[in-house]
Design a binder for this molecule. Sequence first.
Ligand code: ITT
Length: 199
Amino acid sequence: MTKLVLATRNVNKIKEIQSILKDLKLEFLTLNDFPGIPDLIEDGSTFQENSRRKAHTVYQHTKLLSLADDSGLEVFYLNKRPGVWSARYAGEGATDDENNEKLLKEMRGVPPRRRRAQFRALLTLLGDAFEESTEGICAGRLGEVPRGTYGFGYDPIFIPDGFTKTYAELTAEEKNTISHRAKALEKMREVLRRKVQSG
Ligand code: ITT
């Protein structure tokens, strides 16, 4: 079975990626299987840069097909912040609740029509003499208060277009059919399928 190393320390991303790709004959490995890999540096100014860096670090160490995900929430009113700073918006080591609180505070009083936002995921698949990147975007708007308990990160405050529920009120299956990550993975699916076939 083709081995695929998920180049992320985020367990929620791992769950989502595994679920979306479950029909492919892939053996998923994670960074827990390679304790020697150094922390993945994310000091790039774009999702693309960070995603490539994470994939390269893991591929260099494992020499196995590696998939990295760099993602975040872009709020138009805030000139696309938090963007690449999404994980640490309220400071290094900030919790999801703290990040959500900071963002809602900044957006307090901003009317619904100016609360447009989008999630973006940038995936990089890296193998032997091979690199492929795909992007997925899910457009929506920011809620006024956190709602829902599923998912992670900014899920409780993001309402995808076409829904009245937040990402955190959708089931994992529902989120995984419309999310930014799902869209980026769908674009990667054909490449992955070929890798599976060629072993
Ligand atoms: P890795 O770098 O190890 O993959 P990370 O959590 O640090 O894990 P990122 O640097 O890509 O990952 O930051 C992504 C942040 O964006 C994440 O911590 C969330 O705050 C947010 N985010 C990304 N995708 C999300 C989603 O589907 N739902 C909610 N928040 C999300």
